[in-house]
Design a binder for this molecule. Structure first.
Ligand code: TRP
Length: 386
């Protein structure tokens, strides 16, 4: 018998259709690694629920859309196990056992949690300022509609007083305590992720850089378990992709929340709209103005989709003999052609969404086998196999 292949596990929260940032990021890595490893790819729906537990109506469709993108990016159900987290209850069992091995303060140090809280806090502050402003405005209006003499100075003063009054009333609310923003499930997010990874006794986890803190906690939990109860888990290693980042159409990081994505298999019409309205160098107004390709997302797209011409384009842009409209049109043509096979695959699969669930059913079966085996070992080592 040959040596057993090493195991890979990775996953994504189902957020619907994926973009080319995913394609050139983690998906490219997944597709490549399939032939060398036993690969498990997880639809992390429980993880998605930690933040969107009130908004579940489209979860099923979001799962289908994400898996369609996985398949069109070359993840093969013959080579890989594609499964849904919530179908494999063993993840929940291991999660609860692991939850004993992590301190509360360790979880509170999780940078993802800190970012989430900071973001929620500023959002809350912003809306509060706005709402208070509106209330103050309304009160002021009322005062004047009651037949008061219209004097701008007076008006401003009243508004100021009312606002400061209201701010006084609501000031306790502006600093929302941690405990009210973060639910118990979200606090345990990285513990669940550790269970996802370790239940397959994975050796390698191909992820984006943002996930490194979660992997670090996974490694700590694995070591702690092995130390307390005996060797069960390999200490998993991350694999980061070495591709250059794909900027969004506004030049920032490509992200659904920035509304600057190009979808995998994007429609020709939508693609054209997105490219033609993309951000370009604001200092290049006329065609003859010299451009700054290094900070232009369109030039980045040329480097990816039109590599053979990118040196020439860079030179022409800098020299001011190339206009942005022409530049966009050319790169649109390239991306449009690149998208064609992805579109075809998507059209084909969208017609038979039940096929996605057949694939998942098969994957679930294989995932379950592996996780049952691990859980038996875990219970035995922990001496709770009664
Ligand atoms: N937290 C990951 C993300 O947001 C998704 C995920 C869940 C995952 N479980 C995992 C990634 C296990 C790698 C391994 O992208």
């Amino acid at each position: 018998m040959g040596k057993e292949r090493k195991v890979i596990l990775s996953g994504n929260r189902p957020t619907g259709r994926l973009h080319i940032g995913h394609l050139f990021g983690v998906l490219g890595n997944w597709a490549q690694l399939q032939s060398e490893y036993d690969t498990y790819f997880e639809v992390a729906d429980w993880h998605a629920l930690t933040t969107r537990y009130q908004d579940t109506a489209s979860m099923k469709k979001d799962i289908e859309d994400m898996v369609i993108d996985w398949l069109s990016a070359g993840i093969s159900p013959e080579k890989s196990v594609i499964f849904v987290q919530s179908h494999i209850k063993e993840h929940a069992e291991l999660h609860i056992l692991f939850s004993m091995l992590v301190s509360l303060s360790r979880l509170l140090r999780n940078p993802t949690l800190k970012e989430y809280v900071a973001e929620k806090q500023t959002l809350k502050l912003k809306t509060e300022k706005k709402t208070l402003n509106k209330i103050a405005e309304n009160i002021t209006q009322k005062v004047f509609s009651e037949g008061e003499k219209r004097e701008e100075v007076l008006k401003g003063k009243i508004k100021e007083h009312v606002l400061s009054e209201l701010q006084g009333i609501f000031s306790q609310d502006t600093e929302i305590p941690y405990g009210e923003i973060v639910n118990y499930g979200f606090l345990g997010y990285p513990v669940l992720q550790a269970a996802d990874i370790l239940i397959y006794r994975a050796h390698v986890v191909p992820i984006g850089k943002d996930q490194l803190p979660h992997l670090e906690l996974t490694r700590e939990i694995a070591r702690r378990f092995n130390f307390l109860y005996g060797e069960v888990f390999p200490i998993p290693e991350p694999v980061l992709n070495e591709f250059a980042k794909v900027p969004g159409t506004d030049g920032r990081k490509m992200s659904k929340s920035y509304n600057n994505t190009i979808l995998i298999g994007e429609d020709t019409k939508d693609l054209k709209k997105k490219i033609m309205s993309a951000y370009t160098d604001p200092k290049k107004i006329k065609k003859n103005d010299p451009g700054h390709p290094d900070t232009c997302p369109i030039f980045h797209y040329h480097m990816i989709f039109n590599k053979e011409n990118s040196d020439m384009i860079k030179e022409e842009c800098i020299k001011g003999i190339r206009g942005c409209v022409q530049c966009k049109k050319e790169v649109f043509e390239k991306i449009d052609a690149f998208m064609e096979p992805y579109r075809e695959k998507r059209y084909e699969l969208e017609e038979k969404r039940e096929l996605i669930w057949d694939i998942i059913k098969e994957g679930d079966k294989k995932a379950r086998e592996k996780t049952k085996e691990t859980m038996e070992l875990v219970r035995e080592k922990m001496k709770i196999d009664y």
